[in-house]
Design a binder for this molecule. Structure first.
Ligand SMILES: Cc1cc2nc3c(=O)[nH]c(=O)nc-3n(C[C@H](O)[C@H](O)[C@H](O)COP(=O)(O)OP(=O)(O)OC[C@H]3O[C@@H](n4cnc5c(N)ncnc54)[C@H](O)[C@@H]3O)c2cc1C
Length: 401
């Protein structure tokens, strides 16, 4: 161990990456004081993926979305406290009430903050969706609404559209890009997502930008740049997130769209005493280069790896080299992506049929299979994951004739 097992460790961020880091620390033999500081008030923390899905529709009570934690973790949890500064020389994190937390090892797990739509600050009826409190506020307003306008057709926007349609609401979705998710998954997958939205009665304004959200104190209308006016009762904004690094400004850690880390997830500038994990971490992936992901699976896996690097050092932990994975549920269909898709990748329908809504798309670059999207066929994922992991030749073999 390079970290004294009895030394104090602080984890900032009491959500998925934060709790998985705390669990990993105990697993790796850390016995000293362990403090988890979180800006939210929820412990055990809750899981975010159900928020835009079953919690929004009411199919799952928010209480049941809590993460499970083992008994006897021996953690001091400080909730409702935002870290505002880091003094590396003194080994101290400062809280927003002036409190300070001394550490020998620090895990940064502050995740990401949703971007607001400019000009909507202070306007009632405009919602972001990141926290369980956000979803409670949104659900309360949807109860008396008939129309919802969603700005941003990314994963959150499409999932909210799906949930709102299942609640019987009139849904309009606006995005600058066409097809939706095309920038992430390519034109074929984007075309499928667009078709699903249309088939499920979502009104689409794609290739459109929002000029203003209007209303006297409360949002009543979304005005597009081409002059189109969308009357609405509620506006949901899903236009991406920003890594929560503001509290680290000036600390000496390298920040660039996240906390910049080495291959083992140790923060650059942190002298080996600071690691980062989850949505906030940008690390040097041995295969993909500088990478930051916003996926559930990564948050837990990266936390475990980062803790190994903190406790045992990078030589023992080795490089963190996962094959990225994420999923999304929309209109009863599961989309699962493994690997990394980049603009210009070749894409082929490797299995099934896009029209029938059950298919696998294979993504290729320079003769290598770099990604696969499984739609409506979760059982096919494992085999495709193995192909992507193995960097199989592209086009891939015909697996299911
Ligand atoms: C609605 C929704 C649906 C999603 N669905 C999917 C899905 O279907 N599939 C998928 O793969 N991923 C999904 N994700 C993404 C996934 O939930 C995230 O990747 C994951 O939550 C990241 O975990 P994290 O711990 O890194 O960050 P977060 O979950 O963002 O947690 C960070 C925590 O740190 C706290 N914090 C921030 N700054 C400070 C500070 N200065 N001091 C103290 N505390 C601070 C925050 O309040 C927060 O509680 C979804 C996300 C959302 C919001």
């Amino acid at each position: 161990m390079i970290l004294d097992p009895a030394a104090p460790v602080v984890v900032v961020g009491a959500s998925l990456a934060g709790v998985r880091a705390a669990q990993a620390l105990r697993r790796e033999g850390h016995t000293g004081a362990l403090t988890v500081i979180g800006a939210e008030q929820h412990w055990p923390p809750y899981d975010r993926p159900p928020l835009s899905k079953q919690v929004l529709t009411g199919a799952l009570d928010a209480e049941r979305a809590r993460l499970r934690l083992p008994d006897g973790l021996g953690v001091e949890v400080v909730l409702g406290r935002r870290a505002t500064g880091l003094d590396l020389r003194r080994g101290e994190v400062t809280g927003d009430d002036g409190s300070s937390f001394a550490f020998d090892g620090l895990v940064v797990a502050t995740g990401a903050t949703p971007r607001a739509l400019p000009g909507t600050g202070g306007l009632a009826g405009v919602h972001l969706l990141r926290t369980v409190d956000d979803v409670a506020r949104l659900r309360a307003e949807l109860a008396s609404a008939t129309r919802v306008a969603i700005v941003g057709a990314g994963f959150i926007g499409c999932e909210v559209a799906s949930s709102c349609r299942s609640l019987g609401l009139d849904v309009t979705l606006v995005d600058a890009l066409d097809p939706p998710l095309g920038a992430v998954l390519g034109a074929t997958a984007g075309g499928f997502v667009r078709q699903q939205l249309l088939a499920n009665g979502v009104r689409l304004h794609l290739g459109s930008t929002v000029a203003a959200v209007e209303g006297a104190g409360r949002a009543r209308k979304v005005v597009l740049a081409d002059g189109t006016e969308i009357d609405t009762d509620v506006v949901v904004v899903g236009i991406g997130v920003t890594p929560a690094t503001e509290w680290l400004e000036g600390s000496g850690l390298q920040l660039r769209d996240g906390v910049v880390c080495d291959e083992a997830c140790r923060a650059l500038g942190g002298d080996g005493r600071v690691v980062a994990a989850g949505d906030v971490a940008r690390w040097d992936h041995p295969r993909y280069g500088s990478l930051r992901t916003e996926h559930w699976t990564n948050a837990g896996e990266q936390a475990a790896h980062a803790v190994r690097a903190l406790v045992h050092g990078p030589a023992v932990a080795g490089p963190y080299a996962p094959t990225p994975y994420f999923w999304s549920d929309q209109f009863g269909v599961k989309l699962q992506f493994v690997g990394i898709a980049r603009p210009g990748d070749e894409v082929t329908v490797a299995e099934g049929s896009v029209e029938e809504g059950r298919f696998v798309l294979a993504y290729g670059r320079d003769g290598v299979t770099v990604g696969a999207l499984c739609v409506g066929c979760p059982r096919r994922l494992v085999e495709w994951q193995a192909l992507v992991d193995a960097r199989a030749a592209y086009p891939p073999p015909v697996l299911v004739p």
